[in-house]
Design a protein around this ligand. Sequence first.
Ligand SMILES: [Zn+2]
Length: 262
Amino acid sequence: MMPEDQFFDSHCHIDFSEFDGNREVLLQQALNSGINKMLVPGITLEQSKHLLGSQLAKLKLPQLYYAIGLHPYFLSEHQTDHIEALEQLYILNRDKVVAIGECGIDSSISDIEKQKQIFIAHIHLANKYQLSLIVHHRQSHHLIAQAFKQNQPKFGGVIHAFSGSLQQAKTYIKMGFKIGVGGVITYQRAKKTRNTISQLPLKSLLLETDAPSMPISGMQGEINTPIALITIFEQLASLRDENKDEIAKQLYKNSLSTFNLN
Ligand SMILES: [Zn+2]
């Protein structure tokens, strides 16, 4: 890692209560490690509202960007009028919101039909306001591909915490998506995903931690933090042929372009 390298954690829940008490220290540590940008996703309407009205947002930290959305994990909380409310929230906070999500389809959550409807509504919202999408998947590549075929996202986004085959990744890339590279690649047993990530064009990758979830290898059971981004980067570099500096620069550029930042 070169001292001047810059990193973007494209998916990090720094608003979660796990970080109450040490949030500011962590943000400073991240800055000291070169992680000078982070995107904080939305998971429910309430949390999305809170995110934009929170102390965090009021601090106007130049390194923080936000997305708003309804995560499939919280399906039971989502109501039909929440999408409309998200749209209003976006209109009032255009300066802070750079993407729609996280949203998606998760096969471990029942009521796939309701998930599909909500997911498609997110795609329409993103298209309407020229925003990228942050897409959650779990054993649902086929369902997401189906939704994308019928409701094509026009401004791309990221397939968050990607795991899957080269073919699946390439399908998303063709549709304008980036592949989110997280802690999963630090596990030797994640052979398929490590192999996929090693073969994809560097231009199609984004780094992310999903903190406080998805601890990296060796840290199981601990609260994951944005600092893990550096380990994920090192691991990614070991899987790639390009030199580290080139990888760091390209990944940073990829994040900026995905979220329309300069
Ligand atoms: Zn997440």
